[in-house]
Design a protein around this ligand. Structure first.
Ligand code: SAM
Length: 479
């Protein structure tokens, strides 16, 4: 989904979280190491997949005896898990590394760069930022234990930059940041070649996890107290069971939803090219599958979509929307949009705005086109000025604001089940989320975090709802 910069530290959110879940336990725990007693800090930029990768990296480090701390000042090993989806995001890591410019290795810290910028810049990091000791792209995370072992034995510079891998990143332990919503990656990498997108060059080829492993992880998550599972993949619906069972993506969704104790399942990001009526049928027939589908369109103009190499036209995209709208359940729709892509005319842009009106999305993540290294778009001319991109973004966002306001106001008086995800002490408000992914705030108690509540909507803004609860706590997360 279109998160720009998400930062997670090591402090568990809402206090006291940070659950460790035994994951694909194929190997024995690592022996006690020289790292015992040492500390680490990870800062994460970018999408949910990066957030979850950091949770797994934290698990790998903890298995090796490292302890998480809340700031880079306290840490022996400092890791930045980077995002290069847009230029602004990619630059973030260099400003962080500036902090260590003077300190260098003499400060006794190990500094590592992970993720998409690590893959993109590769060994150049060692020249550009000599304080960096570890550079590792996400396609090489399976090598992390051996890279860490090399660092522990005194190696100054280690790298994992191979892209030609068939490995998925499986860990013995995953240090999850949230206590009731668990991320679960089912497919890594991306084989699409969208003209704007750097992901295939930074995350490597598509690798699907086996269905049986995914279900086994879901069962462990339920045993650990999770009730909501968020299935992740760059193109999540390109997942194909690599085992002879050959489940389709829709079958997998149904099986995850049927795991006893799983109460909510979300999945992101779906690509329109692989979006089938079977997925909608699975959502329709499995109440645990949330009333929410994120289906990035990127542009409402068929000409622009062709230049973006998206593999569908406006009409083909609208066909998918049509079968989502025909579902028996009212499914909430969200999308990603890029404005100002190479050659986007005013008329093309107007078609994108008209698509918003036609589909009536519940949420839109919108971005100005940002040219990225090694992408096909570099062969095209970036015709739209920064100023014009900014204007189009503002027009689009205002149009969408009006749509969301109208759609949310239509919900006043209705009652929804929410999972309480947080509490704002200053306002005395609990922060809940509906199955349609709307934020619904209501007067509540800190102890309600992790509960499912029935809440009646009393007022609505474009980005959230306000309500009052109409029942008592029905499910409490057990410590
Ligand atoms: N893999 C998903 C897909 O292809 O739909 C989404 C990946 S990306 C993390 C999230 C969003 O960032 C994309 O859907 C797109 O809207 C936006 N994005 C990707 N590359 C971009 C670029 N070069 N400039 C601006 N936005 C970009």
């Amino acid at each position: 989904m279109g998160n720009d910069l998400i930062q997670i530290g090591n402090a568990p959110p809402q206090g006291g979280f940070g659950v460790e879940v035994l994951a694909a336990a194929d190997g024995a725990a690592a022996p006690a190491l020289a790292s015992a007693g040492k500390t680490f800090y990870i800062e994460t930029f970018g999408c949910q997949m990066n957030v979850h990768d950091s949770e797994k990296v934290a698990g790998v480090l903890m298995t090796r005896g490292y302890r998480p701390v809340d700031s880079h000042q306290e840490a022996d090993i400092v890791l930045y898990n980077t995002c290069s989806i847009r230029e602004k995001a990619a630059q973030k890591v260099f400003s962080r590394l500036g902090t260590f410019r003077k300190a260098g290795p003499a400060a006794g810290k190990i500094i590592g760069v992970l993720g998409c910028v690590a893959q993109q810049e590769g060994e150049r990091f060692f020249e550009r930022a000599p304080q960096v000791s570890l550079v590792c792209g996400s396609a090489s995370y399976a090598q992390l234990p051996s890279l860490l072992a090399q660092l522990e034995s005194g190696n100054r510079r280690v790298k994992g930059l191979a892209l030609d891998t068939e490995d998925c990143f499986e860990t013995e332990f995953t240090r999850r940041e949230n206590r009731f919503r668990a991320y679960l990656t089912i497919i890594e990498g991306c084989d699409q070649r969208c003209a704007f997108c750097v992901v295939p060059m930074t995350r490597g080829p598509e690798r699907s996890r086996s269905g049986a492993r995914i279900i086994a992880e879901c069962r462990r998550l339920v045993d650990a107290g999770y009730t909501e599972i968020q299935i992740l993949g760059q193109i999540v619906n390109a997942w194909r069971d690599p085992t002879p069972a050959r489940w389709s993506f829709a079958e997998l969704l149904a099986r995850v939803a049927e795991v006893p104790g799983v109460r909510r399942v979300r999945f992101t990001t779906s690509h329109p090219r692989y979006f089938t009526p079977e997925i909608v049928a699975a959502v329709d027939s499995h109440p645990a599958l949330c009333d929410q589908i994120h289906l990035p369109v990127q542009s409402g103009s068929t000409e622009v979509l062709a230049r973006m190499l998206r593999g569908y036209s406006r009409e083909e995209y609208l066909e998918r929307i049509h079968y989502i709208r025909k579902a028996q359940r009212a499914i909430s729709l969200s999308t990603d949009i890029i404005v100002g892509f190479c050659g986007e005319s005013e008329k093309d842009f107007e078609q994108t705005v008209s698509l918003l009106t036609e589909v009536e999305y519940d949420q839109v993540f919108s971005f100005k086109f940002s040219p990225r290294p090694n992408t096909a778009a570099l062969e095209l001319v970036d015709t739209v000025s920064e100023e014009e991109k900014g204007r189009r973004l503002a027009v689009l966002q205002e149009a969408q604001r009006q749509i969301q306001l109208r759609r949310n106001q239509a919900l006043v008086g209705k009652t929804f089940e929410v999972l309480v995800e947080g509490y704002q002490p200053r306002l005395g408000q609990a922060v809940g989320r509906t199955t349609s992914n709307r934020v619904l705030n209501f007067p509540g108690e800190p102890g309600e975090v992790g509960c499912y509540r029935q809440v009646k909507v009393t007022s609505a803004g474009p980005n959230s709802l306000v309500g009052e609860k109409i029942d008592d706590c029905r499910l409490t997360i057990v410590d």
